[in-house]
Write a new protein. Structure first.
Length: 331
């Protein structure tokens, strides 16, 4: 169970091995700690008792405080949950080789672009009666396929700045993707295009909020695998930036967050802002996506389990025992 707290003024505590959520001194919700994996606080003005922090640390529950623009993240975990040093050593050694970085980053960007294409085709199925929309989506999907081919051909050269080229392809594909979604009215009416942080429109705010929830799932899996969340290959490293978490997020953003925001576009268009009701619906949709079972290695398992297995597979890539391949959603 993953808990997201998104209301100002709520208080989190613990009573008899149960997480309590209170408002104005009255308990409004309780959850057994034995079933909780993460607690994410996605709103300012939420108080957390030290007893709850201790209880979470003893039970291995990760506690996150999210800045859902998203700009920063706090992750609290028990001191006994140390990573295996050898795993991190292998991670640093692997990322120290440019050819390894390029190979891994290409896989992550290919996964992202293919899943963006999957989202377009997913909604294209429901637009068969509108030939203009369907043609726009088909053309966009074809353009994304071309960017995927370009990424596959990218290699190391004597003067090659591969990261800039790779991010260039990623940026062009993202521009195409968001433009198609906007042209086909698949996002809230006020959506001006992807603006990122501090965007005032409800569509961008919903996307940022969803990405913050997604980041807590990624963090949880990275910690379980014993990896260093701040050492990645695609996103540049700087203090406070969880580069590996952001790297892994790329391939899951379209299906887990974008698709759920699109599904809520009509409700979002009717509202002036991102109110509590819409916030709860989006959060619930993302959690439900992670609970849903998807095909994985000839089986059907929850997306949360797939994500954890993929992160373990990434750890295997770092140690030379496995080859990392992105998870592609079927539309």
């Amino acid at each position: 169970m993953h808990i997201t707290i998104s209301e100002y003024g709520q208080a989190l505590g613990v009573t008899s091995a149960r997480l309590t959520v209170s408002e104005k001194g009255h308990c409004i919700q309780e959850y057994p700690l034995s079933r909780i994996k993460t607690i994410s606080v996605a709103k300012g003005g939420v108080s957390i008792s030290s007893n709850l922090i201790t209880a979470c640390a003893l039970r291995g529950i990760k506690l996150f405080v999210l800045d859902w623009r998203p700009r920063g993240i706090v992750c609290l975990q028990g001191s006994q949950q140390h990573a295996v040093v050898r795993i991190r050593q292998k991670q640093f050694e692997y990322l120290g080789q440019p050819e390894n970085q390029l190979s891994l980053c290409k896989q992550m960007i290919i996964g992202k672009i293919k899943n963006q294409r999957g989202v377009l085709k997913y909604f294209g199925k429901y637009s068969a009666r509108d030939p203009v929309v369907k043609q726009t989506i088909d053309d966009g999907a074809l353009s994304l396929a071309r960017y995927t081919d370009a990424v596959k051909k990218l290699g190391l050269g004597p003067r090659s700045d591969w990261r800039s080229q790779l991010m260039g392809y990623e940026g062009q594909s993202a521009k195409t993707y968001w433009q198609i979604l906007r042209e086909c009215s698949l996002l809230p009416a006020s959506f001006p295009g992807r603006l990122g942080r501090s965007a005032p429109d409800v569509g961008n705010i919903m996307l940022n909020y969803g990405y913050a929830i997604l980041s807590s799932y990624i963090w949880h899996c990275v910690i379980n695998a014993g990896l260093e969340g701040f050492a990645g290959g695609l996103h540049t490293e700087r203090p406070g930036k969880p580069s590996l978490v952001l790297d892994i997020m790329e391939e899951y953003r379209p299906w887990v967050v974008d698709r759920n925001v699109i599904k809520l576009r009509d409700q979002a268009s009717e509202k002036r802002g991102f109110d509590s009701k819409l916030k709860r619906k989006l959060g619930a949709s993302i959690h439900e996506t992670f609970r849903k079972k998807y095909p994985y290695k000839n089986r059907k398992v929850s997306l949360e389990s797939i994500l954890q297995r993929q992160v373990y597979r990434l750890a295997g890539e770092f140690s030379g025992q496995k080859t990392y391949k992105p998870y592609l959603f079927r539309w």
